[in-house]
Design a protein around this ligand. Sequence first.
Ligand SMILES: Nc1ncnc2c1ncn2[C@@H]1O[C@H](COP(=O)(O)OP(=O)(O)OP(=O)(O)O)[C@@H](O)[C@H]1O
Ligand SMILES: [Mg+2]
Length: 152
Amino acid sequence: MTNLNDDQVYLKGELIGEGLHKKVYSIINHEDKVIKVGRNVIEEVKKFQNLPDLTPKVFHIDEKEKFVVVEKLYVERFKIMFKKNIIGKYIEVNFRSKSYLRRLLRKVNNDEDINFIYEFKNVIITTNVKDIHENNFGYDKNGVLKCLDLVD
Ligand SMILES: Nc1ncnc2c1ncn2[C@@H]1O[C@H](COP(=O)(O)OP(=O)(O)OP(=O)(O)O)[C@@H](O)[C@H]1O
Ligand SMILES: [Mg+2]
């Protein structure tokens, strides 16, 4: 249990996500938020605050206990879109070339996939994220694609 102040408490729920360096938990009675712990999470949310449209909203930073509370994203839908539409490695570098974009767009024939490719490109270029893989992005409740992992 985490005491925030006298009238607000975040209760850690189940583990819902895990990478090499960080763990992410649901929060009881806060369906729309997650607790994140692990390497450099405080530094990471500071980056999120500088890129508020393309990263999870930040609700709480506990510098002492070293955890943060951020907006929960829907990660499964992104995985499907990524597997369906993205080819190759070095995606960040490739997205800077027009020929890579043309190559991706050549394979698709519907607005949803076309929009995904452009939206994903914009998230990558704007956030400057280097660690690009299917587990590091998700959609917010309004369907906006965001990057959820911004620690180097
Ligand atoms: N805001 C969020 N909403 C929902 N799930 C999340 C959120 N942030 C992280 N996760 C889940 O937790 C996992 C681990 O988070 P994150 O990618 O930040 O950790 P990591 O240890 O740095 O990962 P990596 O192995 O890519 O370095 C993510 O892959 C994702 O499934
Ligand atoms: Mg990750």
